[in-house]
Design a protein. Sequence first.
Length: 432
Amino acid sequence: MTKDVFILNSSDGSESIELPVESGAIGPDVIDISKLYEEKNVFTYDPGFVSTASCHSKITYIDGDEGILLYRGYPVEQLAKSSHFIEVAYLLLYGELPNKNLLNDFSSSITHHTMLNEGMLRFFNGFRYDAHPMAMLSAIVGSMSAYYHDTMDINSVHAREIFAHRIIAKLPTIAAAAYKHTVGQPFVYPRNDLGYCENLLHMFFSVPAENQEIDPVAVEALDLLFILHADHEQNCSTSTVRMAGSSGTNPYSAIAAGISALWGPAHGGANEAVLRMLEDIGSKKNIQKYIAKAKNKDDPFRLMGFGHRVYKNYDPRAKIIREMCHKVLNQKGRNNSPLLELAIELEEVALNDPYFIEKNLYPNVDFYSGIIYQALGIPTSMFTVMFAIGRTVGWVAHWREMIADPSGKISRPRQLYTGQPERDYMSLDNRA
Ligand code: ACO
């Protein structure tokens, strides 16, 4: 809704433009600058998009100063306490909580899309035994466009629907196949009598010779982590999915682009980096040394799992995960986990350090998630893959919202060119 105008004046007062201001349901207003170049021949400059809204969205709202995260208006704390991942997936995709029938239908559709085309399973044999699971995940998801041709028409509502169910259902199967490849075990097929997280644990830890008993606390922990990772508005990987998708590419390619963006240590790769950092720190006596490294501008080391582009307050997801982390470790009889103790001490030291206080650096969602995954027996290299399973729901919801938006345009940022002005080509003989 346009409510006001913002008047922009040049410094000498010779130029001025009225820009419409739009208000959302909650949160800061936005100044619509889309006519700025056409009318005044200037661009805006906002590296990292810190002040730029790239789209209208009804999916997720974050207030980083207050530590608020809402999925379709519902506080994530309430969903974490009372809902479950499949219901949250429905909510993010369709905008409302489902009734019993809708939930049963959705859940059954996800269950019945978990198998992979056998040809795709053979791809895994081509990867080196030590290939990173994120490399396998992005390659396999990208290759889905070579198998599932019936869902390539992005203009078909039906095809988009099947794609959404298919990719959410198959991500755990692909993740499990990547895991089995790294540990040299045969692939274990999904079972339709199991729920989403139970099935994932079954495919990871059963072997053809023996079914692994499924631990209900592990199921509860995974379900919670997937809820908390399901969406986070226009983060780096989601914006990547939107940007790739804006060209009209097929949805599997757009999601594969998002997976690649998630892998980086400044984003989803941080959960893996946190665990490696804790292992490097090794013991409480080294904490001060690493805190000093994190504060030293000449040292590239950063305290992994600390800081967030949007939250300048405690990440609400980190609070919930911290509790679950204790529950999992208590249940596993590892109350005295040295890694958890180290993490708690590190958190305490950082939260009381003036550098972290002044810069509003708090633990983020990844600070504790890795410790939970490790306690569940999931190897460190799989942590970002686990994040991707939950986040796929958000990527799909945003991709669908973007495709259905009639005002959608290809994403095409501009730049401030700082290279050479125009010059003439010089033949090789005349160059110094
Ligand atoms: N350790 C030490 N210093 C830090 C850290 C950190 N983890 N994070 C930020 N800072 C400092 C920066 O050096 C900068 O200092 P300066 O103002 O003196 O230059 C200041 O805090 C602001 O940091 P920016 O990098 O400008 O903030 P930005 O919003 O661009 O970065 C990011 C956010 C990338 C998450 C950053 O905090 C970081 O690298 N954290 C560690 C990696 C991490 O945990 N990532 C996971 C994010 S959550 C997710 O994606 C699921």
